[in-house]
Design a protein around this ligand. Sequence first.
Ligand code: NAP
Length: 276
Amino acid sequence: MVQKRVNEIIRVAVSGAAGRMGQEVVRAVSKEKGIELVGAVDVHQFGKDAGEVAGIAPLGVAIGNDLRQVLRETGAQVVVDFTSPRAVFDNARTAIEQGVHPVIGTTGMAAEERMELQELARKAGIGGLIAPNFAIGAVLMMKFAEMATNYFPSVEIIELHHDQKLDAPSGTALKTAEVIAAARGDNRPSMIEETIKLEGARGGEFARGIRVHSVRLPGLVAHQEVIFGGVGQTLTIRHDSLSRESFMPGVILAVRRVMASAELIYGLENLLFQES
Ligand code: NAP
């Protein structure tokens, strides 16, 4: 296992390097001081330079197709994963087994899988992060929603994403619903018997009365509204990621911080609010 010292250059691999988010991470890492891209993995663009695939100058890092091999051969200390809901669990397990800190942005993992990874990481003493949303504004949206829940127990979540997104609802919407359900406790709104004329019209019910609606359209990136309703008023908390660059400060923060952690943290807020 490669030994890590926090003040040295951090060696990073990107899994899903040919994808939309992976390319953005390659560009972000290549600009960052103290972080070096040493490995890239994807099921596409095998053998091509990760920098060229990301539309920048060559970085001398060829895209491999075997994560375990890439981690072993490059001595990566951190792997950033933006792949697919089908691949993320095995990728994270491989990273932990290799003593590499996972920074996971891929959404769609089941809660049981996440907990299994957290247990594996705890036993191995490997710190990492699973974040359904790396945008600081989205993390604040969840924090503000948690605060508002004390005053407005009636709430619905509308998340809107580009039409290539594989999972629904989004990881951010599920995390927001979780946070609201925990903050609300037994303070639940009363509900009426409804007649549903079109299946799904009222969205998915995460917990009693907390409904989540997913919109998928070309042109969108990642957006969410949390709408609270009270007597004679509503409160809407909305966040928009207008480009994938919005996620990069969070990803870079995570890459720097997981090196010093010995647990697999769930949610960027647990790194972000530690700092202030
Ligand atoms: P994308 O463009 O489809 O990119 C994913 C790339 O990973 C694709 O090239 C995909 O190939 C590849 N891949 C699939 N399985 C792989 C494996 N086992 N090993 C290596 N590469 C593999 O998707 P995206 O838009 O970048 O999004 C990726 C994930 O990030 C999604 O789960 C999305 O919801 C999530 N996301 C998270 C955040 C956040 O802030 N946490 C923000 C945006 C997106 P195929 O196309 O053949 O599957």
